[in-house]
Structure formats: C-alpha cells, structure tokens
Ligand binder design. Sequence first.
Ligand code: SF4
Length: 344
Amino acid sequence: MDNAPYPAGLLPEDISRAYGLDKAYRGLQVFKWIVKGARSFADMTDFPAAERERLAALLPSLYSSSVDGSLGDPDGSIKLKIRLGDGAAVESVLLCDHEGRLTACLSSQVGCPMACAFCKTGTLGFLRNLETHEIVEQYLHLSAIRGRIQNVVYMGMGEPLLNLAAVRSSIAILTHPDGFGLSKRKITLSTCGLVPGILDLAQNGPHVRLAISLTAADERIRNELMPVNKTWNLAALKDALLVYQKASGDRITLETALMAGTNAGVDSARAVAAWARGLKVQVNVIPWNPVDGLPYHEPSRAEVSAYENELERLGLTAVRRARRGRGVAGACGQLGDTLKADQD
Ligand code: SF4
C-alpha cells in the first residue's frame, strides 16, 4: 500500500477500508486506540500479533506530526509548536480558565491568507491548508498534556471556512460517539466573515457554535482592519448570519478585539449594537493583545468598561474575554511568534 493515510484523520469505517482490515469492527478498534492516545499499531494489544506487525510496517508511527516546543503560562495555558510531516509548523493552545476548564484551540491552516491588520498570524502569509489528520493530531497532542479536553475552538492559525472540508471531517471525528464523543455545542468555529462558508455550514452542517471576528460594525473601519469586508461587507455578513441562526437555532458570538483609538470608543459599541439588531448574539469583548511590529495599542480598562457598558445599555450581552494564554502569546491574534524562526 503506497502512502498509508494517517488514521487520526479517518472514521472507523474508513480505517477498515484504508488498511484492508479483515473484519469491519477492527476499524473501530483502531479508532478507539487513537482516542486512547496510542502512538503505534504495535500498541494495539487486542490485534493479532501478525496483523499488528503488518500494520506497523505500513505506518511506523500513527502520527504525522510531533511537538517541537511548548510554552507554559502561569494561568495554566500551554502553547505547542507542532511540526508537520513536511517540515511546516503550526501552533495550538491548551487554554485553561479560572475554573480549570480546558479548551483546545486548533489551527486550520499554515499561516492565513486573510491578512487582518491586527493579527500576528495574518502577517505570516499563507502556506497551505491542514489536512484532517493534522487538525485531529493537534487535539491529541494537547490532550496528552492533561487528559481529555471537552471544548474545542477553531480559532488558531488560519481561516477555518477556507478549509471547510478538512475542518468538517475533523469535527465528524471529534464528535463521533464511539470515540472522542465531543458535543457539537462544545465546538466553536471562528471566522472572519466568509459568507459562502457560513451559508455552506448553514445548509450542510455541522451546526457548531459560530463566532465571528466582527471587530467593528463600521464599513470604513472594518475595511481597514479586515480585507474580507471588501468582498463581503457588513450587510452581506448579517444576512448570512441570519440564515445560519435560523438553521442552527443558536446564539452567535461576535468577537470585538478592541484597539485604542481605532474601534474601542462607545460610538463603536453603538455601531455594533445597531448592526446586530435582529440577531441573537453575545459580544465577546477582547482587549487587543499586543503584537510586536503592529501599529495598534491596547485600550485602557476604562475604555473597555465604557464599551461594555454601552453594549449592555443597548440590550446586548457583553462578556469580557479573560486574557487566557497571553503570557505565551497564545491569546487571540497572537499566534505565530514561535514560527518566526522558521521563516528567518
Ligand atoms: S484574525 Fe483569523 S482570519 Fe484574520 S488573519 Fe488572523 S487568523 Fe486569519
């Protein structure tokens, strides 16, 4: 068999087919071993020895990627640099909130082509999409640190809706009831606002929780900060979100990374509230995390509070996002610093 596929990217029935397993249930056995963290077919002790040997010869390691560095934050978050099979690298983060709840923040692309002006990843350019197994392996690498992680956010490097096929299959694997068994409600996909992808998700699922990097609800400011807005403006985005909300029935999260002097004023909060009318939303207010070389500034506490109060006054739920992972530059918009050495 040429180029045996990596099983972390396959559902049980596909594993059986891909590896020519003699009995259909063997695919499910392999699937369960991967969930348990097996690293090699040789670990699968409920397989006949000859079959284990045959499979291990086809694929000596179950993983295509490896952990190539890690950084821990005093808040309990850990960022991993993951080296992929072709030598490229991505970052993934294990976020730990104040109640000890763990969330895996996964990357979907190597770099990102969307070029949002305030985002570190956007400065790296774009190399390629990740494959399904490369996405699931990030979850496995993070789970190896502190055990099973119940929450997943596709908020790492890349725009997940530009790699929807692989993201979709990774969600099918992570939610499979005989495997990781994650609830779709514990999975959040974050997009900068790719309208065709949102409509595709609305029509074809999975109806995971959707988060939008809104940042600003003023066309001029959003055009400046997020080039995607020049193709799908705020009106088109809202129409797509109404469709998604109707299909999923869920509240949508709007993320606003606030930068002093750019979008952190109360007038910006008013614009967000006016734009969101008719949508069921929660606004995650994220004080912008500093990134070397980018010309933005953190807002003051007073500015952030005034922004939140204005949203609340206008009837929206505003949640201040704790700066989890900030100490490892694993917070929103900061991913990519450990990859710089790769580019130099
Ligand atoms: S914010 Fe998201 S979509 Fe925009 S450049 Fe960064 S990773 Fe890409």
